[in-house]
Design a protein around this ligand. Structure first.
Ligand SMILES: Nc1ncnc2c1ncn2[C@@H]1O[C@H](COP(=O)(O)OP(=O)(O)OP(=O)(O)O)[C@@H](O)[C@H]1O
Length: 253
């Protein structure tokens, strides 16, 4: 069983403690959301896991008692950060950079084609990445990350530029990826109804500390959400048993 173990993680930036003593464990085949208000520390937390920021405490991926290299972690940044003149096909192939030599093997090209097909991106294959819409870019970056087969996939607000259908497609893809590859996905999201629908567990960060890490049904509770977000909310249950969260007013508390 693969496990991501985060223990007493602390991140200090510009002499401010941004993440304070956060511990959590995540198991294979799961999609886990990270939520909290703007500035709560979600991106910093996830970047620390990806080893992109200096931190204290320990972060390890354990696979059947053996510790894996943290290179097995992939971080997909928020959209705006990336641009390129490569084509969509080349961008996705770049995800296989560790397997590339001067002669690209046919199997690799086939793998890219299959993924393009599966993610309904085939028609964009020869287009330059820089000419794509924000949502299309998001899907291509997702494809580039998963073709590298990371054991831990960290997605920073992957649905922010996507329409409803593509949000569902991307999150379905994350779930399938985690299940088929015995991997772990951590996804920063703001849409609480999507969080409730797609997460196996939810991490709630509040002022840099771990407020709660639990099943969605224990997180999507009126009191907890009002306390964390400072907004009055109505929590209802859909026919399929998912929680739907409607913000009402800014709380006077
Ligand atoms: N490189 C940095 N140097 C100094 N402070 C930083 C740095 N990066 C982030 N911070 C600070 O850390 C805090 C948390 O930032 P972070 O980006 O993790 O928030 P977030 O929860 O992801 O917010 P959002 O929902 O707005 O994306 C903020 O107060 C931010 O100003």
């Amino acid at each position: 069983m693969l496990e991501l173990r985060v223990k007493d993680v602390m991140v200090e930036l510009d002499k401010h403690i941004i993440i304070d003593s956060v511990s959590a464990r995540f198991t294979e085949g799961t999609v886990n959301s990270v939520i909290g208000v703007n500035g709560a520390g979600k991106t910093v937390f996830v970047k620390a896991i990806a080893n992109l920021l200096p931190h204290q405490g320990s972060i390890s991926i354990i696979d059947r008692g053996r510790e894996l290299d943290r290179k097995k972690i992939a971080y997909v940044p928020q959209m705006t950060a990336i641009n390129s003149e490569l084509t969509v096909f080349e961008m996705i192939l770049l995800g296989k950079v560790l397997h590339l030599t001067w002669r690209v093997e046919k199997e690799l090209l086939r793998e890219v084609e299959l993924l393009l097909n599966r993610m309904k991106l085939s028609q964009l294959s020869n287009k330059r990445f820089s000419t794509l819409s924000g949502g299309q870019k998001q899907m291509v970056i997702m494809a580039q990350s998963i073709i590298a087969k990371p054991k831990v996939l960290l997605l920073d607000e992957p649905t922010s530029a996507l329409d409803l259908k593509h949000q569902i497609e991307l999150l379905d893809m994350s779930k399938e990826y985690a299940e088929e590859n015995q991997a772990i996905c951590l996804v920063i999201m703001h849409d609480l109804s999507l969080v409730s629908r797609y997460s196996d567990t939810v991490v709630v960060l509040h002022k840099g500390t771990l407020f709660k890490h639990d099943l969605p049904k224990h997180v999507m509770e009126q009191n907890l959400l009002e306390q964390v977000y400072g907004v009055e909310v109505e929590v209802t249950e859909t026919k399929k048993g998912f929680k739907a969260i409607t913000p009402l007013n800014v709380s006077i508390r």
